[in-house]
Design a protein around this ligand. Structure first.
Ligand code: FES
Ligand code: FES
Length: 224
């Protein structure tokens, strides 16, 4: 009886430790990414591909059981080419996080399309990666916050300069949406920025700072 109780306690402790590790991993990457920029945004998958030093897409090989329901797709993520065999129900967010190894696309609303924390740029437009099926991304060009930081885009420094984040959880979604705005409008007003970022939520309430940061980044881009 006491042995059974001990086992239950141990199991609870293991689950608690796993949850804590997962939370720290997610939070740490966001906060690090927004404060130290490109170094912290670099991912394992990208690093592996860079080490290989070729342009061939990195590839995963499915087992025979998986291959019956998986479909091959090829896509470009932050300038690197990737080939995957994806399940029909995988979301783009799932593919980027679990397969490519990029953790900037977050999940705040449980994949309901309500928070914008999973936003990435797909073929030049901001999309909710939680509502985009991976299988629809064959041939797509994807840009995440990691890629934006890697190119030293002024939006990163501007977010830091204007303190446009607190915990940082929502920040990759804001940054990708803002970068997509700057790509199509090099001289946005604060009102334009508020409109563009209207679908992004921030539980820390940093809303006032985003228009200032994005307009400032636009100015920096124009002076380049
Ligand atoms: S996780 Fe909230 S909109 Fe995608
Ligand atoms: S900075 Fe914390 S949720 Fe936006």
């Amino acid at each position: 009886m006491s042995e059974t109780k001990k086992t239950d306690d141990e199991t609870k402790k293991e689950i608690s430790n796993l949850s804590r590790r997962k939370f720290l991993k997610d939070a740490g990457l966001v906060i690090g990414g927004t404060t130290v920029g490109s170094m912290a945004f670099a991912s394992g998958a990208e690093a592996q591909q860079q080490e290989k030093g070729d342009n061939a897409p990195s590839e995963t090989t499915p087992t025979s059981a998986q291959s019956e329901c998986r479909a091959p797709i090829e896509l470009t993520v932050n300038g690197g080419r990737y080939r995957y065999h994806v399940e029909p129900n995988w979301t783009l967010r799932q593919l980027l996080r679990d397969e490519v190894g990029l953790t900037s696309p977050k999940d705040w609303c449980g994949g309901m399309g309500a928070c914008g924390s999973c936003t990435v740029i797909m073929n030049g437009r901001p999309v909710l990666s939680c509502l985009t099926l991976a299988i629809e991304c064959n041939g797509a060009i994807i840009e995440t916050a990691e890629g934006i930081a890697k190119t030293k885009h002024p939006i990163i420094d501007s977010y830091i300069k204007w303190n446009a984040f607190q915990c940082g959880y929502c920040t990759p979604g804001f940054v990708t949406t803002a970068k997509a705005l700057l790509d199509r409008n090099p001289n946005p007003t604060e009102e334009d920025v508020r409109d563009a970022l209207g679908g992004n939520l921030c539980r820390c309430g940093t809303y006032q700072q985003h228009p200032k940061a994005v307009v400032d980044a636009a100015e920096a881009l124009r002076q380049k």
